[in-house]
Design a protein around this ligand. Structure first.
Ligand code: HEC
Ligand code: HEC
Length: 319
C-alpha cells in the first residue's frame, strides 16, 4: 500500500513539474509564428471607395488606433482588457519608420485576413481581423490607410511593444490560430439587396460578437452558427470606470429581444444610443453615427430574420 502511495506521489510530482516547466516555457517564449504567404497586390480606390474605406476604418480601427493627442492613427495603450496583458495598438500611420509606411499592401491584406504579421508573428484576438469583409471593401480600407488623409498622416510616434499576459500566450498555443486566407472571392452585397447588406454589416461591424452570449464560443468563420447568436448576455465586456454592462438580446424574440421594436426605434438606438423608453445606451455600446439610416434599417431587416431566442437579460443601468 505504502509503495503504491509512493508511486502515486511520484506521478503527481512528475506531472506538477511537467506542467510547471511547460508553463514556464510558454511564458518565456514570444507568441507563435507562422509562415507568411507573399501577396502581390496594390490597393487602389476612387474617391467613393476611399470614403467607404474611411468609414470602415473609423468604425473598426479608430477605437483602438486613434490617438487623440496626435489626431492620427498613431496608436495608444489599450486599457480595457488587462487580463490579456499590457497592450498597445500600434502606429498605423504612413510613417516609414514608426508606422506602416514601409509595409506592402499585400502585407496589410494578409494581416487583416489572417492575423499574421509580416514577420510571421500571430497578432492575438485583441487585434481585429476581417475574414468576412468583401475584397472590394478591404481594398477600400487599405487604399484609405495609404491615402493622404489627416487620419493616417505620417506621425513619428514610436511604438511601445505589447506585453501579452501568460493567458494570452497560452491561448495562442492552444485556441487562437491564424484564420485561413480566403481561396475564393468575397463579394460586396448587390446594391438594393437590403437583407444581404444588413447581414454583411451585422457580421463585419461586429454586432454579433458582443451581442452573442460569450466571446469564447464565437464561431469566427461561420458567425450564424454561434450558440445563442445575437441573444445577448455577454458579461465579459469590461468597463474600467464603472462595472459590467451586459449586452442585450437583439434577436426578434418579442418578450426578451427586439421583436416589438419599430425600424425607427432601432435606427435611433443604433445610431444615437437613444432607447424608446428614454434611456441612453452605455459603453461599450458606442453610437454608430457613421451609419446612414438606410444601413441601420438594413441591419434591422436582417435581425428580423435571425432565429428568435428567448433569453432575458437584465439591463444594467448606471445613470
Ligand atoms: C481592439 C483593438 C484593435 C482594433 C479594433 C484594431 N487593432 Fe490593429 N492592433 C491592435 C493591437 C493591440 C496591435 C498590436 C498587435 C501585436 O503586436 O501583437 C495592432 C496591430 C496592428 C497592425 C500592425 C502594426 C505593426 O506595426 O505591427 C496593423 C497594420 C493594424 N493593427 C491595423 C488595424 C486595422 C486596419 C484595423 C481596423 C480594421 C485595426 N487594426 C483594428 C489593436 C486593434
Ligand atoms: C463592443 C460591444 C458591442 C458592439 C460591437 C455592439 N453592441 Fe450593441 N450593445 C452592447 C451593449 C453592452 C449593450 C447594452 C448597453 C446598455 O445596456 O446600456 C448594447 C445594446 C444595444 C441595443 C439596445 C437593445 C435594447 O434592448 O435596449 C441595440 C439595438 C444594439 N446594441 C444594436 C447593436 C448593433 C446594430 C451593433 C452593430 C452595428 C451593435 N449593437 C454592436 C454592446 C455592443
Amino acid at each position: 500500500m505504502k509503495k503504491l502511495l509512493k508511486i502515486l506521489m511520484f506521478i503527481v510530482l512528475a506531472l506538477v513539474i511537467v506542467i510547471g516547466i511547460t508553463a514556464a516555457v510558454i511564458n518565456a517564449q514570444d507568441l507563435p509564428t507562422y509562415e507568411v504567404e507573399k501577396i502581390e497586390y496594390t490597393a487602389s480606390a476612387d474617391s467613393a471607395g476611399l470614403a467607404r474605406g474611411k468609414k470602415f476604418v473609423t468604425l473598426l480601427c479608430a477605437g483602438c488606433h486613434l490617438n487623440t493627442e496626435t489626431g492620427t492613427l498613431s496608436g495608444k495603450r489599450m486599457e480595457d482588457a488587462p487580463e490579456f496583458g499590457d497592450l498597445y495598438a500600434q502606429n498605423i500611420t504612413n510613417d516609414k519608420e514608426f508606422g506602416i509606411g514601409d509595409w506592402t499592401d499585400g502585407e496589410i491584406l494578409y494581416l487583416l485576413r489572417t492575423g499574421v504579421l509580416p514577420n510571421g508573428r500571430y497578432a492575438p484576438p485583441y487585434m481585429a481581423k476581417l475574414p468576412h469583409m468583401s475584397d472590394e471593401d478591404l481594398n477600400n480600407i487599405i487604399a484609405f490607410l495609404r491615402s493622404d488623409d489627416e487620419l493616417v498622416k505620417a506621425t513619428n510616434t514610436a511604438d511601445q511593444p505589447c506585453e501579452p499576459s501568460f493567458l494570452t500566450k497560452a491561448l495562442c498555443r492552444v485556441a487562437f490560430k491564424p484564420l485561413p486566407f480566403p481561396n475564393q472571392p468575397i463579394k460586396t452585397p448587390a446594391a438594393g439587396d437590403k437583407l444581404a447588406l444588413g447581414k454583411y454589416l451585422t457580421i463585419n461591424l461586429d454586432c454579433w460578437t458582443c451581442h452573442s452570449p460569450s466571446f469564447e464560443k464565437l464561431n469566427v468563420m461561420e458567425p450564424e452558427k454561434t450558440p445563442g447568436f445575437l441573444s445577448g448576455g455577454n458579461q465579459s465586456l469590461y468597463d474600467k470606470d464603472r462595472n459590467q454592462v451586459v449586452s442585450l438580446n437583439i434577436t426578434p424574440d418579442k418578450e426578451t429581444g427586439i421583436g416589438n421594436w419599430t425600424e425607427e426605434q432601432f435606427i435611433k438606438a443604433t445610431k444615437y444610443g437613444i432607447l424608446p423608453e428614454g434611456h441612453t445606451l452605455q459603453f461599450p455600446m458606442e453610437p454608430y453615427t457613421e451609419l446612414t439610416d438606410e444601413e441601420a434599417a438594413a441591419i434591422f431587416t436582417y435581425l428580423k430574420t435571425v432565429p428568435a431566442i428567448s433569453n432575458k437579460v437584465e439591463r444594467v443601468i448606471y445613470d
